[in-house]
Design a protein around this ligand. Structure first.
Ligand SMILES: [Zn+2]
Ligand SMILES: [Zn+2]
Length: 362
């Protein structure tokens, strides 16, 4: 799914300070208007409805909302944070997933039930990189625990079960309300069509067990603090036949002793001597992946800035490189040895023009 560019708050037409209640209300109102069952074949409504779901999925969850407020949508992700929207065509039965409670009052029967096939939750894991690692990109082995579907019971949590009586094992119940004809998950068995009679011994009826994963993750070049890399399917186990959640790797780039980074540009202070600055010189300047030769023109001033084009970070969007900015510092000796003082005095005598000329006040 192409990432939508609109702000989630804008999509729901609410203020950044909106309460959960206001968010829910706004979502309900708009979801009613753009629901695909009410607008069959209308691509525009379908798109709007998807956006609404995406926005609500994030803003309706305090944790995801806080992350969104802080980081927005990372360029490293293809969709929104942890969001996976199933595509559907008009006329298909729309699966409410976790939104069952929201639509309960609109569609009547079955309100409050939990849909059976749900995607597992996302795991978030922090990773620290040096500036050099962030620059070049890195492949890193990581180990972590996650819940996976229990093989013994195939995620059902049951060793033995019987057919659900209410839905006769179908897992769905048809209801009609006005001109809506809906089929919904059976609230008695949660949509599985089965009732557990004896819990699985291996997972204790949970349907999932803890498993240690050893995987290698690839952090692309150009990562910055707050960037996220998504590893699909490496999150918590799904419910029923739902897919696993994703693993979100959140990057922190450690401060560097020489460089400061702003977006794709790097900044560095480079000290030069009075002689180099006044006479001009060829100097070597550290860069993130080596050194660069630079020519100081005669008469270079302290605080003067030079740009080394293309010596910055690769943009995570375009791959184009940023620049490095060199800030010149004139290095003045703190302690002048006695024998050097006459030489400096000599320069002072020859160099008659006062740098404070023109600053005189009447
Ligand atoms: Zn089991
Ligand atoms: Zn049932």
């Amino acid at each position: 799914m192409a990432p939508s560019v609109k702000d989630y708050y804008e999509i729901l037409g609410i203020d950044k300070k909106a309460s959960q209640d206001e968010i829910k209300k706004a979502f309900r109102k708009l979801a009613r208007k753009y629901h695909p069952d009410l607008n069959p074949g209308d691509k525009n409504s379908e798109q709007k409805f998807k956006e609404l779901n995406e926005a609500y999925e994030v803003l309706g969850d305090e944790k995801k909302r806080a992350e969104y407020d802080q980081y927005g949508r990372s360029p490293f992700e293809s969709g929104g944070p942890g969001f996976d929207f199933r595509t559907y065509t008009s006329g298909d039965r729309f699966d409410f997933g976790g939104f069952g409670d929201i639509f309960g009052d609109l569609f009547g029967a079955g309100a409050g039930h939990e849909a059976f096939d749900l995607k597992g939750h996302d795991l978030v894991m922090g990773i620290e990189l040096s500036l050099e690692e962030a620059f070049s990109g890195i492949t890193k082995p990581i180990a972590f625990n996650r819940e996976v579907s229990c093989m013994e019971c195939k995620g059902t949590g049951a060793e033995t079960y019987q057919q659900c009586e209410k839905c006769k094992g179908i897992g769905k119940i048809s209801t009609s309300k006005g001109f809506f004809k809906m089929s919904q998950h059976c609230d008695s068995c949660g949509g599985s069509g089965k009732k557990v009679t004896k819990a699985c011994k291996k997972c204790g009826g949970r349907g999932a067990i803890l498993h240690t994963e050893n995987i290698t993750v690839k952090i692309p070049a150009g990562a910055d603090t707050g960037s996220r890399v998504k590893v699909r399917g490496m999150g918590g186990a799904g419910h029923g036949n739902g897919p696993s959640g994703d693993l979100q790797i959140e990057i922190t780039v450690k401060p560097h002793p020489l460089f400061t980074r702003k977006g794709d540009d790097l900044f560095i202070d480079v000290p030069v001597t009075f002689g180099e600055a006044s006479l001009g010189a060829k100097i070597e300047v550290p860069t993130i992946d080596g050194v660069a030769a630079m020519t100081l023109p005669a008469g270079t001033q302290g605080g003067q800035k030079f740009k080394l084009s293309g010596k910055g970070f690769p943009s995570s969007r375009t791959g184009r490189k940023g620049d490095q900015y060199v800030n010149i510092k004139i290095s003045i000796p703190k302690n002048v040895p006695e024998r050097s003082r006459p030489v400096i005095q000599e320069i002072e005598n020859l160099y008659r023009e006062s740098p404070r000329k023109g600053m005189a006040r009447k």
